[in-house]
Design a protein around this ligand. Structure first.
Ligand SMILES: [Fe+2]
Ligand SMILES: [Fe+2]
Length: 146
């Protein structure tokens, strides 16, 4: 298991905590499939990576979109900053996905999953998501009147 789901930081909005746990499940499942493929380079194992990578990518898009809709609805002032960070990570995942489809080389994906993603996810939850959830919970208007 790559990510300890019970150790993920919690924020003030339940819908965000749920989606973060789902995200961690997707990442763990993909990581296991990747290890299985590395141990045994079969078509079946490659197809499993294909499917779980696609699931994770789709889940990430809906995870980010869900937060962005709430930020827009509530007039969250640093929306653009949070959205830009989501866009940056989506672009990274998309290029890894495309490279995998082209080469079926597991290493770049494995390195990203071990060395980049868990640290990014935890830091993102502890910073931008925490501030966003606090704002959503308190219902503070863009003018500062709650
Ligand atoms: Fe999030
Ligand atoms: Fe976020």
């Amino acid at each position: 298991m790559l990510l300890d789901i019970d150790a993920l930081p919690l924020v003030d909005m339940a819908f965000m905590n749920e989606v973060h746990q789902e995200e961690a499940h997707c990442i763990n499942a993909l990581f296991e499939a990747l290890l299985a493929y590395e141990n045994d380079y079969t078509e079946k194992n490659a197809l499993q990576v294909d499917a779980l990578l696609e699931d994770w990518y789709t889940h990430t898009l809906s995870h980010f979109e869900g937060e962005e809709v709430k930020m827009r609805e509530s007039g969250f002032p640093p929306y653009a900053m949070h959205k830009a960070e989501h866009d940056r990570v989506v672009a990274e995942i998309k290029s890894l996905l495309e490279a995998w489809r082209e080469t079926r080389e597991p290493k770049p994906l494995k390195i990203y999953l071990i060395e980049v993603l868990p640290r990014w996810l935890v830091t993102h939850i502890e910073t931008m998501d925490t501030v966003t959830a606090r704002f959503l919970k308190r219902g503070i208007s863009p003018c500062g009147i709650s």
